[in-house]
Write a protein that binds this ligand. Structure first.
Ligand code: VL7
Length: 137
């Protein structure tokens, strides 16, 4: 079994978030505000069912999904696109493919050194985010 991703996780590092947002077509003004956000992930799992919340003072985004089951995702408040998403385990990595207008789009989560790692990718841009566990929540 892969190590659990569950818990509350706060931003530790965030590399090339700007490049990822440019690839998504986020406006310069929103990018500037987004870059200042300290992101928090709250991840819950019950069997094959996951809820991943991305929280920031600016806005929140919640994704609920079942492993191996394609879902219609609307990236409300982000790039506001309708995409088809499929999340599966590939070894110890939780991998999401996001099929839609943007090519080569998706994300990968895994645990390494007790931290939550996330790669967000879109059209050749890769954003690398690392979160440390918030033990007080
Ligand atoms: C979701 C944001 C930038 C618009 C606001 C910035 C702060 C915070 O897909 C994601 O997470 C997956 C994997 O954990 C689960 O949904 C990343 C945040 C990326 C992209 C777009 C800037 C506006 C927003 C919610």
């Amino acid at each position: 079994m892969p190590p659990s991703l569950c818990g509350t996780w706060d931003t530790f590092s965030n590399v090339n978030f700007e490049g990822y947002m440019i690839a998504l077509g986020i406006s310069p003004c929103l990018r500037k505000i987004a870059m200042k956000q300290k992101l928090r992930k709250v991840i819950e799992q019950q069997g094959d069912q996951f809820i991943i919340k991305t929280l920031s003072p600016l806005r929140n985004y919640t994704l609920s999904f079942r492993l191996g089951q394609e879902l219609e995702e609307f990236t409300k408040g982000l790039d506001n696109r309708h995409i088809k998403s499929l999340v599966t385990w590939e070894g110890n990595k939780l991998v999401c493919e996001q099929i839609g207008e943007k090519k080569n789009r998706g994300w990968t989560h895994w645990i390494e050194d007790n931290k939550l790692h996330l790669e967000l990718y879109c059209e050749g841009e890769v954003c690398k985010q690392v979160f440390k566990k918030n033990v007080s929540e």
